[in-house]
Design a protein around this ligand. Sequence first.
Ligand code: ZN
Length: 350
Amino acid sequence: MEALVLEKKGELSLRDFPEIDRAETALGPRDVRIRLHTVGICGSDVHYYSHGRIGPFVVNAPMILGHEASGTVIEVGADVERLMEGDRVCMEPGIPDPNSKATQLGMYNIDPTVRFWATPPVHGILRPTCVHPEAFTFKLPDNVSFAEAAMVEPLAVGVHAATKARVRPGDNAIVMGAGPIGLVTALSALAAGCARVYVTDLAAKKLEIAGSLSPAITPVDVTAQDLCDVVKRDTDGWGADIVFEATGSPQAARTVFEALCPGGCVVLIGGQPDPIEYDAGAAMVREARVENIFRYAHVFPRCLSMLSSGAINVKPLITRTFDFSDSVQAFEIAASAPPADVKMQIELPQ
Ligand code: ZN
């Protein structure tokens, strides 16, 4: 079957991939076979395309891209209980070792042996079908579309970050960075009870999208405004309760404590491939709590509940949809980072 293959850095092709067909012919007793419907293009997919690696993960052999996915169950293993043929589903892309210590302790996302789609050497799911464990496959509520369901994976990062921050009703938060992860984090922080979320960026168009999502979001253009001044003016000089760092920029990370209130919390979300500096003295005088997140754990059902109830609306973040046959072009466009786009998705033929 045809798949979107990253042959090597900078080279994509849509072609048959016999190796994956052979690997996935067998369906385990607790697995389901899924016909993929919608796959989001993630920053990590684009990064592998443009750079051939992310930190220690290097593309050394052709790899199928894609990990933000929804689809329909077309076959179930003998011992599958929760799912049936015809169910609409979304999938959590990381499969941990069920016997690992991290999994036993409930931290399966940081199991060192977790196998995560489109992270070398594990193939992604920009292909017609895949086999996946029932345990990491979630049935969609009827009012959640395939497109929204393919947003659950990035949304899960924001929900995990808000959970780690321990948001309290009425908190003021800052989200640094108005990319897809920054925006789902802002939506998650509001759903968790934040009264106001300041979203920063350098790109006017991204800030405009951020501001359109909720009257409780205040966009801050850091090329023209001082974030600290804006937040301190609104909070009687106290500062923000939570700062979410979602740019992955070392320069931004260096400033995370500046607008943080005493006793506040910083959550580092943006990936930092190299060691970074932060102001430990500023953290100390605030007794700041610093949290780190890596992907997410145990949040897909919560994301689906919030999409279904309307507590979170991700539809405005889906700015372009491509046919699978145009997926090479879709990646070229995504790699050019158009400022007016948040999330681009690819739809597979059904
Ligand atoms: Zn992703």
